[in-house]
Design a protein around this ligand. Structure first.
Ligand code: 13P
Ligand code: SF4
Length: 313
């Protein structure tokens, strides 16, 4: 089947199956273009909670599909490729977390959404890149906090809130390699550009500290993926250096045809996100594959931190 035929088949199957297609901002362009909703982790969670469709086809990575299954246990959640994982989610296991908690028995545990359901089930609060600061600020000052698994997001939250956190030593292999050097080089190349930074980046915290040296990069330029998209549309700047996974550039360019966008690091490509293709999306709908279902007992425990996040946010 050629692309046009695939697109037509997917649309037809979607109607027949009463399905909704949710896609993350890093998905390949053709998957983004056919999705009913494209967004960041928080937006996708809200969509999963609110949809009336019977089937959710999640074009993203496994922890995102798991989160949708936890939020909407009565829906069928499909992921077009079961191998679409996440290096950050893999950086902590439930067993490791239990051991960490045992050393800090009174601490409140805040997990970034990029974790497995088994890890979420051990936590008090969940957060995403767009609400991590709000979630930490909602916890009383006197509480000790364990923050996991991303060390760069953790230090960003520490810096903005002024709170001291115990931070797990995890990182995303894609964002970790977006560093200050990349920004320095791009600043020379595009001196008038505004910089947009995802807080998972290796540069996010140090960039704020060294804002005078590089870009005019105050706190306001560090965002979730959808926050970056909103800023790109609202800003008066005409050029942007974008420090995150390069898949976001498709939507940025499409929504802002008069503006120019340059990746901070051209090699920042998440191979897991790119595993989802139009062909696999078609097969997911046609053959009802691959279902992501979190067992009830685990889903119930993992639901609590997500529910707390959704109500704070
Ligand atoms: P966002 O929630 O900002 O889209 O981030 C998700 C993610 O996996 C970033 O790597
Ligand atoms: Fe995970 Fe990093 Fe890929 Fe995001 S970009 S899904 S954090 S591996």
């Amino acid at each position: 089947m050629n692309t046009q035929e695939l697109v037509a088949e997917i649309k037809q199957l979607k109607t027949e199956r009463n399905a909704v297609i949710l896609a993350h901002n890093y998905q390949v362009p053709e998957v983004q273009d056919i999705a009913d909703y494209i967004g960041d982790s928080l937006g996708l969670s809200h969509q999963a909670a609110e949809t009336e469709a019977e089937v959710i086809v999640f074009c993203g990575v496994h922890f995102m599909a798991e989160t949708a299954s936890i939020i909407s246990p009565d829906k069928k959640v499909l992921i077009p490729d079961l191998d679409a994982g996440c290096s950050l989610a893999d950086s902590i296991t439930a067993e490791q977390l239990r051991e960490w908690k045992a050393d800090h028995p009174d601490a409140v545990v805040v997990t970034y959404i990029n974790t497995t359901a088994a890890v979420k089930a051990e936590c008090d609060y969940c957060c995403t890149s767009s609400n991590a600061v709000d979630i930490v600020e909602s916890i009383p000052e006197e509480n000790e906090i364990l923050f996991l698994p991303d060390k760069f997001l953790g230090s960003y939250v520490e810096m903005v809130t002024g709170r001291e956190l115990n931070i797990w030593d995890g990182a995303c292999h894609v964002h970790e390699k977006i560093g200050e050097l990349n920004l320095g080089e791009k600043q020379k190349e595009y001196p008038d550009a505004e910089v947009l930074i995802h807080p998972e980046c290796g540069c996010s915290t140090s960039c704020m500290m060294k804002s005078a040296m590089y870009f005019d990069c105050e706190d306001g330029h560090i965002h979730s993926t959808s926050g970056m998209l909103n800023r790109a549309s609202e800003s008066k700047a005409e050029e942007f250096v974008v420090a995150t996974e390069t898949g976001i550039l498709h939507r940025m360019k499409k929504e802002n045809p008069g503006k120019k966008f340059y990746p901070a690091n051209e090699n920042a490509v998440c191979e897991y996100m790119k595993m989802i293709t139009l062909e696999k999306l078609y097969e997911a709908l046609k053959y009802d594959q691959f279902e992501v279902k979190v067992p009830d007992e685990l889903a119930e425990r993992a639901h609590l931190p997500i529910e707390r996040m959704l109500s704070v946010a």
